[in-house]
Every structure is written in structure tokens, then in C-alpha cells.
Write a protein that binds this ligand. Sequence first.
Ligand SMILES: [Zn+2]
Length: 107
Amino acid sequence: MRDSINKKDGGVRWKLTLFAYRRLQHAVIAKAVEYNVPVVFVDPRDTSNVCPMCGARLNYIHRLAYCLRCGFIGDRDVVGATNIWLRALHAYVGGARVTPKRPRNEQ
Ligand SMILES: [Zn+2]
């Protein structure tokens, strides 16, 4: 699919990328429902730019992030994944859970 995407113009290429992303998203949701795992949607904006330890803006040397406030050092992808996890945890605890609800025992 990627080879065919590279031959298309920008608009079509973007739509195909979104299509592939949506397919992956649906597959993940289907598995989560199958195994009764909660799904939380998170806004990924700025997840690589904020320190997961103290919330300050990170600085970068190539892919290595460092925080001038608390001294945190980490890989860009690890920082992004950690911040996404923290946002999901916060949303989950805050009640923004999206998936499968267990049947309640009504009285
Ligand atoms: Zn920090």
C-alpha cells in the first residue's frame, strides 16, 4: 500500500494514510472490546514537547529530550508515549472512558 501511496498526489496520499490509520484504530478497538479493555482517545498534540515529570517545555538534541527545570532526559518517542499514557490515565480516571461497559447489576 505504501508504494501505491507514494505515486499519488498529496491529497490522495493523505486520505490513504488516514484510511490506513482508521483501519488500525478499528482493529485496536475491536481487540479491546473482545478482551474487555477500556479505550481512551487522547489528543496527541504536544506530547513530545512537554516534560512527563514536571510539565515544562522540553529541549532537544536530535531525538534526545532534556528538561531544564527537573533534569529529565529521554528519547522523543518514549516521551511522547509516556505523555499519551499519562493523558489516557488522566482521562480514564476522570471518567472519559469510551468502551465496553460491563452490565450493571440493577436492583
Ligand atoms: Zn521536567
